[in-house]
Write a protein that binds this ligand. Structure first.
Ligand code: FES
Length: 573
């Protein structure tokens, strides 16, 4: 019964353990023939297609069409496509947070790739946590894979101005909070912010991660930017199937994830003005292959990498503009010697070969050249200091330049509930030059929600204050902007220094020195630490199931919030 040509290929791979391989294969064939497959089909190498379509995930609303096109590509290359479901995560539908569930999705993806007989796999992901989860899972499963992003949604117009999810969601909501929009207007805006299926239409986390997998050589050219509802996206899906079949047949080998590929990803993250969340995901991806992000090395790359892409949330354009301007490969071409281009891709070509196809001969304003960057360098900065001994992150390109060097009084909120109760209290003791601190929203504290964009207290917003220095151990949506310090580590729930700050302490942020400090001496901080030892700091409070596993195993932001036992070589530690 075994496949005569490829004994370890296709259906005969990894049979269920009955103690009789031939019987296991006999049963497997009998069952799949029930779905109408023939012996001839079942002799072929198999390409698995991870289906993350879900009615709860509009960012993946085009997955059925993508699957059809991937199948076409696979079959054109003489392999057999087989679709299987995995978990799907949407930012607005995955409570308490999508990051909390990312590792569950990565475990699901890893185990389903390993358990089922496939020779390569197409990972259809898109919404923020899905591509990271799939990448982590597939790297750990050690099977060849190609990533197919679902692609960005279209942009739209509301009352004459261009809008798209979800930078404008936040901006318009802030206008509503400050009384600049009425209830009727904000409800009407809600109908226009998401004009189609697909991922958020700005350079948020989803688009950032799509760009990173493209520069890592794990996608078809243009896969980061072609709109979800375009013919380009369908053609990319077909080509993805084509590449996955060639991987399955052994005609092309899977590139090995290494430091050069990771450094390329970090460089692109900076050049596109990408999301802070990507740093967490890249740290987790690195950990799956035995690598580690180095803060100093990251800041060195940041110091020499210009921001070349003018898209929201930091700039002006939307993802469809980026695609029309030439997409990621054009950015790579502009980066020149900052990127290592002899990197092989899953298609068997190299980045260098892709660069040769770039059309430089037309005017556009979305992708700048190195002589005329949007921002000269330092799109993201890794901070450290006595308030964040293991690090914190800021996105200077999305911040108020006047606040990048700032000292102010701490105004503390103990978690999201406390913030919701007191933030808009007219009696809150807060001034425009204070530093808002929100703690207890780290990975262990509450699953690291994207709540680091602390709203401006209503009484200050009403005075026209639009930005303040805000610090937390949480994350921020890649679609958000402001002078926001995130991922403070160790988090408060782990007893990090953030848990020791008190109202009125002075906090100093210096982006030029990459530092974040509380101006309180070490002896006083130690005294406060001794006083807090008895306190229960984790707010998640899971006693059983996945939540319990999460709280026991989750690592801090600088290690990607992965689980200890999922890292490469974890069983040897
Ligand atoms: Fe899915 Fe933004 S909510 S990409």
């Amino acid at each position: 019964m075994a496949n005569a040509t490829h004994p370890k290929q296709g259906l005969s791979k990894g049979t269920v353990n009955y103690g009789d391989h031939e019987f296991a294969l006999f049963l497997r064939k009998a069952f799949i023939k029930g779905a109408g497959f023939s012996d001839e089909d079942l002799e072929k190498p198999i390409v698995g297609i991870a289906n993350t379509g879900s009615d709860f995930n509009p960012c993946h609303g085009n997955v059925p069409q993508l699957i059809d096109a991937v199948k076409r590509g696979v079959m054109m290359q003489g392999a057999l496509p087989i679709v299987f479901p995995t978990i799907s995560l949407h930012e607005s539908f995955a409570a308490p947070t999508s990051l909390y569930l990312r590792n569950l999705m990565s475990m699901d993806t890893e185990e389903m790739i390993r358990a089922q007989p496939m020779d390569s796999v197409v990972l259809i992901g898109g919404c923020d946590k899905t591509i990271p989860a799939q990448l982590m899972g597939a790297l750990s499963a050690q099977k060849p894979f190609v990533v197919l992003p679902t692609g960005p949604m279209l942009s739209s117009r509301w009352r004459g101005e261009r809008v798209g999810a979800c930078t404008d969601c936040r901006r318009l909501w802030a206008d509503f909070r400050a009384g600049r929009l009425t209830q009727t207007q904000i409800e009407d805006a809600n109908n226009h912010l998401v004009p189609s299926v697909g991922t958020c239409s700005v350079m948020g986390t989803a688009s950032t991660m799509a760009c990173l997998v493209e520069v890592m050589g794990l996608t078809a050219p243009g896969a980061a930017s072609a709109p979800a509802v375009s013919a380009d996206r369908i053609r990319i899906a077909e080509r993805t199937g084509y590449a996955a079949a060639r991987l399955a047949k052994g005609g092309v080998s899977m590139p090995v994830m290494n430091n050069a590929i990771l450094n390329n990803a970090l460089t692109v993250l900076l050049a596109i003005g990408g999301s802070t969340n990507a740093l967490v995901h890249l740290a987790a991806v690195a950990g799956r292959v035995g690598l580690k992000l180095d803060p100093q090395q990251f800041n060195d790359i940041a110091d020499k990498t210009p921001v070349l892409v003018d898209l929201k949330p930091g700039g002006e354009g939307y993802m469809p503009d980026f695609h029309e301007a030439g997409g990621l490969i054009k950015v790579i071409a502009e980066l020149g010697d900052l990127i290592k281009t002899d990197i092989p891709t899953v298609f068997g070509d190299t980045l260098n070969e892709r660069i040769q196809t770039v059309d430089q001969g037309f005017q556009q304003s979305v992708i700048r050249n190195r002589n005329n960057p949007v921002y000269p360098n330092g799109g993201l900065k890794w901070l450290s200091g006595n308030l964040a001994p293991e690090g914190a992150v800021i996105k200077p390109v999305a911040a108020s330049q006047s606040l990048l060097e700032h000292e102010g009084r701490a105004v503390i909120f103990e978690g999201l509930e406390d913030m919701a109760l007191r933030l808009d209290d007219p009696d809150l003791d807060v001034q425009a030059d204070d530093v808002l601190v929100l703690r207890g929203i780290g990975p262990k504290g509450s699953g690291m929600p994207e709540a680091g964009l602390i709203p401006i207290p209503k009484k200050l917003a009403a005075q026209g204050i639009k930005d303040m220095v805000r610090i937390s151990d949480g994350r921020m949506s890649g679609t958000a902007y402001g002078t926001i310090v995130l991922h403070v580590s160790p988090e408060a729930a782990e007893g990090g220094p953030l848990s020791l700050v008190r109202n009125g302490d002075r906090i100093r942020l210096s982006v030029s020195n990459s530092s974040l400090s509380v101006l309180v001496d070490e002896a006083t901080l130690q005294e406060r630490k001794n006083e807090r030892l008895h306190e229960k700091l984790s707010l998640l409070g899971h006693e059983r199931g996945y939540g319990r596993l999460h709280n026991q195993e989750v690592l801090q932001a600088e290690e990607g919030c992965d689980f200890k036992f999922l890292k490469a070589g974890a069983n040897k530690q």
